[in-house]
Ligand binder design. Structure first.
Ligand code: GLU
Length: 252
């Protein structure tokens, strides 16, 4: 069965670009007799506001874009608000650590920046240098005694990835594009590229229909699917809505 989703971040009011994305996901689910899920991606606590969640829900209802699973209507998942799913993200992050696919990283922003410059100077991309990949227990203890709180970093695969995007066609992501990337922040909150995969997989989304601007994020997401042996969904990246001046029309 087809299952699509609309996954807005409540950092502002719904705009025409969001609505168009939601409409495609909604119509594809209805057309195929599938299900349409609404998920609120509110883990950026500085920018997310509950008022915007209420407003988003009100606007989607006004547009008659009714969801089969999500806030208010519920569904098989305990919650459709990412801020209420933190334990799930922690569980999978621990699993990745136990399997040697992720690690605690204690680097300061300055150390990360310095490492990236070195990587660039050595002819690689400006990516994280993997400094904390193989820390010993005593090195970790020393950092902890200094009061450093680690993030969880995922070990990027050194291989090519590709998708057959329903809109874009074959898209290749050559290896070396991304270095080990953060999946859980020091606050314990997940980053978008990680949480989105956990949720799309657990919510059994078959078709990820979203804006073009997320195409470049897809490579990180493919790596998480692979590491957790989750089934990769189909992707459809929709072009942005432009105004007559050919500028991005994302004014709320
Ligand atoms: N929360 C993301 C956004 O609003 C969702 C992206 C996605 O659909 O994967 O852009």
């Amino acid at each position: 069965m087809v299952k699509t989703r609309f996954a807005p971040s409540p950092t502002g009011k719904l705009h025409v670009g969001n609505v168009r994305t939601a409409l495609f996901a909604y119509l594809y689910a209805r057309h195929t007799g599938g299900k349409f899920v609404l998920r609120i991606e509110d883990t950026d606590l500085d920018r997310s506001h509950s008022d915007y969640i209420d407003k988003l829900i009100e606007d989607l209802k006004w547009l008659s874009l009714e969801w089969d699973e999500g806030p208010i209507v519920g569904g098989p998942e305990k919650s459709y608000l990412q801020s209420e799913r933190i334990e799930i993200y922690k569980y999978f992050a621990n699993k990745l650590i136990e399997e040697g696919k992720a690690y605690h990283c204690y680097c300061t922003p300055e150390e990360i920046e310095h490492g990236k410059k070195e990587m660039e100077a050595s002819g690689k991309g400006p990516i994280y240098n993997g400094r904390c990949r193989n820390l010993t227990h005593s090195q970790k203890r020393k950092f902890e005694e200094e009061g450093r709180i680690p993030v969880v970093r995922f070990i990027a695969y050194d291989e090519d990835f590709e998708i057959n995007d329903i809109v874009k066609g074959n898209v290749k992501f050559p290896k070396g594009m991304v270095g080990d990337f953060v999946i859980l922040r020091a606050t314990g909150l997940p980053v978008y590229n990680y949480a989105v995969v956990i949720d799309d997989a657990l919510m059994e989304i078959t078709h990820v229909i979203r804006a073009d601007e997320h195409l470049s994020n897809t490579v990180r997401q493919l790596m998480i699917y692979k590491a957790l042996k989750f089934k990769t969904p189909e992707f459809a990246h929709l072009a942005l809505v432009l105004g007559p001046d050919r500028q991005k029309l994302s004014k709320r």
